[in-house]
Ligand binder design. Structure first.
Ligand SMILES: Nc1ncnc2c1ncn2[C@@H]1O[C@H](COP(=O)(O)OP(=O)(O)OP(=O)(O)O)[C@@H](O)[C@H]1O
Ligand SMILES: [Mg+2]
Length: 592
């Protein structure tokens, strides 16, 4: 018996819709792209109940006549391409003739449109792919699409939606990106009557960024502008100065021919251009558009059109790199090689030597050291000399997990503690000790749901992008448990009231932004990245190589170490201490 069925139209449409419309934000993206292709200068996005109840996009673009309106919701119906060759020279954002049909297949869609010059408008209503009504209506010039009850007939898809705030964040992200690249078009985003974004039409690009990212950040951005000698590639946009880089990647936007894309290779090129100028874990802000010949790119590579294939990828990367480097150079941000110093090294001439002494990472200042006096008899004696401090460990801890008894001798290279221990010498990494100590202190508090917090005397006000704000709202309770108490303060601002005491050494804002950035890198859920967050905070809050410590401070740290459960490694697994036995020393000195 034959087993192959030809699928009914309705099912075909649902399957196709599944590829194009993943979540409410996909609807917003498709509708905005249609409005842009229709030449709109004003686009309003209204959302109700995080996009589940209503997504409405209105524009003042060219509109459609009756016949086109009826066709627009059919699959493979487009005004943007006609034949195969057109597919390889796409100038518009849409080209597949699929978006409206896909949206209509999984929602109740109402389209109202009026073409310029016509007296009447036209409206159609499609429910789950079935046309249920159409007729003449009064309307303004342009097009309004209302999408209600998204995924009402695909419960599986509905079930897989993330939390409301995550979905809203994706919507905000889409609108923000298109607003960033279209200065002359006014964008508004309203959710449940609250305005999330208002980006009016402005003359210049920098002014547009200021409306979205705020004047403070924007005035610090460097403009980039470069084209290849043959004009085939044009790079323009704005990038942050290296030291203005952020802890998260929410303010990075890349466009090719003004189409918002995500492309790892090009993003990597941006980071490469910053090279050593960027601190570890820091991310530049950028809004960059690359214009290339539309026949040299393939936009038909991703179901949601979120990436493109570029024929001259290498050339584009080079142009992008040059554009950013040029901007840095013009602004004196590139470090220059000091040739006089090189020569000095080569020819041994005297001169600036003193200055360069500072560059040497470790130097031993004998006056700061406690003299090392180890009497042979003491070291070799098996009974514990009185001068050794026995480090009290947690009761019930296996012998092997205890910190050995030791006598602190001093600090070495402002990086290691040196201590005498029965049968040898201990070298202890000061940074790693504190990392272990802070990590365990905090973990214990967290497990007991009793994180000690420190009130911030001067309130820290955090200015956030809408996307950052949503990320924060999603995790507000969990952040609270970690010791960060936040209160909403105006539109996109929060006041940070408390921080965890254990990490009090850190800059409060920095710490919170780092947590936010990790949330973003992880799956946006605090529980999944909690361990990593605490490890990183412990690392950042710990003393570093180069920090001078007093004997008292060292002793306190060592005492705390002995109270930890796992004193031998840092949370990442690096060794806290290394022992060199007297036996080894004796072999080295050929005493044995
Ligand atoms: N806001 C609008 N204003 C004017 N015409 C529109 C608008 N939205 C859609 N159309 C018309 O309807 C057609 C179908 O739209 P649809 O989004 O389904 O496909 P597309 O934009 O051509 O391609 P894609 O599937 O890649 O988005 C468009 O080609 C366009 O002619
Ligand atoms: Mg479209």
């Amino acid at each position: 018996m034959p087993k192959i069925n030809l699928l009914p139209e309705e099912l075909i449409n649902k399957i196709a819709a599944g590829e194009v419309i993943e979540r409410p934000a996909s609807v917003v993206k498709e509708l905005i792209e249609n409005s842009l292709d229709a030449g709109a200068t004003r686009i309003v996005v209204e959302i109700k109940d995080y996009g589940k109840r209503l997504i409405k996009v209105s524009d003042n673009g060219e509109g459609m006549d009756q016949e086109d309106a009826l066709k627009s919701v059919l699959r493979h119906a487009t005004s943007k391409i006609k034949e195969v060759n057109d597919l390889f020279a796409i100038q518009t954002l849409g080209f597949r003739g699929e978006a409206l049909a896909s949206i209509a297949a999984v929602s109740r869609l109402t389209l109202i449109t009026k073409q310029k010059g016509l007296v009447e408008g036209f409206s159609i209503i499609v429910e789950g792919g079935q046309m249920v009504n159409s007729g003449i209506v009064a309307a303004e010039k342009g097009t309004t699409v209302e999408v209600e009850d998204l995924f009402f007939n695909t419960p599986a898809r509905k079930k897989f939606l993330k939390t409301d705030l995550v979905e809203l964040r994706h919507i905000v992200e889409v609108v923000t990106h298109y607003a960033l690249i279209n200065s002359h078009i006014s964008f508004r985003l309203i959710h449940d009557l609250k305005e999330w974004l208002n980006s009016p039409s402005v003359e210049d690009w920098r002014g547009n960024l200021a409306a979205i990212y705020g004047a403070d950040l924007t005035k610090e951005l460097l403009e980039i502008s470069y084209h290849t000698p043959d004009d085939s590639i044009e790079v323009s946009g704005f990038v942050s100065k290296p030291y203005d880089a952020r802890n998260d990647k929410t303010q990075q936007s890349l466009f090719v021919n003004r189409r918002w894309i995500r492309n790892e290779d090009l993003t990597k090129t941006v980071y490469d251009a910053y090279h050593s100028l960027l601190f570890v874990g820091k991310h530049p802000v950028f809004v960059i558009n690359v214009n290339v010949d539309p026949t040299k790119i393939d936009v038909n590579v991703h179901p949601t059109k979120l990436d493109v294939k570029i024929e001259q990828k290498k050339e584009v990367q080079r142009a992008l790199f040059t554009a950013i480097r040029e901007a840095m150079r013009k602004n004196d941000l590139l470090p220059v090689m000091d040739f006089s110093y090189e020569q000095q090294l080569t020819f041994g001439t005297v001169g600036k030597k003193e200055e360069h002494k500072r560059d040497i990472k470790y130097h031993l200042d004998s006056s700061e050291q406690v003299p090392l006096q180890v009497k042979e008899s003491e070291v070799l004696s098996s009974s514990l000399p009185e001068s050794y401090v026995s480090m009290g460990s947690k009761s019930g801890m296996p012998e092997s997990e205890k910190v050995p008894p030791l006598k602190l001798l001093g600090q070495l290279h402002q990086t290691f503690f040196v201590a005498e221990t029965p049968g040898g010498v201990l070298f202890i990494d000061q940074h790693v000790v504190q990392e272990r100590v802070l990590y365990e202190e905090f973990m214990e508090q967290l497990m007991n749901k009793n994180v000690a917090v420190q009130n911030l005397l001067s309130s820290e006000i955090l200015e956030l992008t809408p996307a950052q704000k949503l990320l924060l709202l999603e995790n507000k309770n969990a952040l609270h448990q970690l010791g960060f108490m936040l209160e909403e303060f105006g539109e996109n601002s929060f006041v940070l009231k408390t921080i965890p005491t254990v990490f009090g050494r850190l800059q409060p804002k920095e710490m919170l932004f780092e947590v936010i950035s990790m949330l973003q890198e992880g799956k946006n859920k605090l529980e999944q990245v909690q361990e990593e967050i605490i490890t990183r905070m412990a690392c950042r809050a710990s003393v570093k190589a180069g920090d001078v410590l007093t004997n008292g401070e060292m002793q306190i740290l060592l005492n705390s170490l002995s109270n930890t459960l796992f004193p031998y490694t840092c949370p990442h697994g690096r060794a806290v201490l290394i022992k060199m036995t007297v036996d080894e020393l004796e072999k080295k000195f050929r005493r044995k």
